[in-house]
Design a protein around this ligand. Sequence first.
Ligand code: NAP
Ligand code: ZN
Ligand code: ZN
Length: 351
Amino acid sequence: MKARGFAALKPSGTFQLFDFQRRSVGPNDVLIEIDYAGICHSDIHQIRQEWGPARFPMVPGHEIVGHVIEIGEKVRKFNKGDRAGVGVYINSCMKCTPCLSGMSQYCDEGMIETYNSIDRDGSFTYGGYSNNYVIDEMFAVKIPENLDFKAVAPLLCAGITLYSPLKHWKIGKDSKVAVLGLGGLGHMGVKIAAALGAEVTVFSHSEDKRSDALSMGARHFFNYGEVKNKKRNFDLILNTVSANLDLTDLIHSLKVEGSLVSIGIPPEPYQIHPGLLIGGRKSVSGSMIGSVEELQEMLNFCSNNMIVSEIELIEPNYIDQAYARTIASDVRYRFVIDIKSWREEWSESAL
Ligand code: NAP
Ligand code: ZN
Ligand code: ZN
């Protein structure tokens, strides 16, 4: 199956038009014509090989929404014309304990990522900065009709990555939650935690995000430096910062048995003295996206609470600038690529 998208040809490269092949639609597959794709900071980390060697040309994009235009003969969940979404992974073994207990993102054999991965059939995966995607229906989700389509795209990674730990740690109206970093992930965390009833505090290094944070549902907004004045304050801290931080004051700001959840993935490791954790049975934990089942649950939750992302819609020729601005924390709060307009323009010019 022919596909066309935007690829970086090498780590330092800028984005270029790129033609490639996807597998043809199998019995359990759906073919999705992509309308919108979000830009996640993980796309940037991978293009820059900040997490290790990557494969090029790379077509990133794992916040994908579009419409189903073809279905395999065994497909039951989708019909042609349905709104569908693709998140961070598109396959797993479906035999191991995590897979069989609704946590296929933690598959013992490793999840297959939407791009920059080798699929179980040996094909290379290319992501959503492109016109289409072929995926087993089991790993695709339905997008609620009442939400603004382009602003839903970031929920497929940013939304689920914050929803999953909030649910796992049973956050509700008696909880005090801190969100570190008001970026693509962080702003979804604020909205979802507030909708769950928690008292939300944002720690940010961007004072000009204060009023946005409060309007998204945060009760308090502080500069990072203020963390040291918040001893034994939070049940849960969600660290979405993409750069390295000193965690000492953050751990002090946890209540007894509180948890600091690592969500951001800086290139360098953190340093933590065990004494910080021992005095209060505290934990530093991690959380990676969420399962496909949770992804659907989160979309339904957002539909019921009218939650979408704050976005800046861009054309594909702006991806390079969008990357530079994301790195500079200059995005309110997620760039979304308008694939639909580009795709329609391109198919008209081909006539
Ligand atoms: P983003 O939109 O760039 O947001 C990151 C935020 O961190 C920025 O807006 C900024 O917030 C803060 N920040 C950035 N640089 C900083 C610095 N040098 N010092 C202090 N604060 C800084 O990124 P994102 O897309 O939300 O992703 C955040 C991180 O999560 C990335 O590392 C990404 O790879 C990772 N991620 C993890 C998962 C997972 O499953 N665990 C899933 C997706 C992404 P303020 O301006 O408010 O300070
Ligand atoms: Zn992501
Ligand atoms: Zn598995």
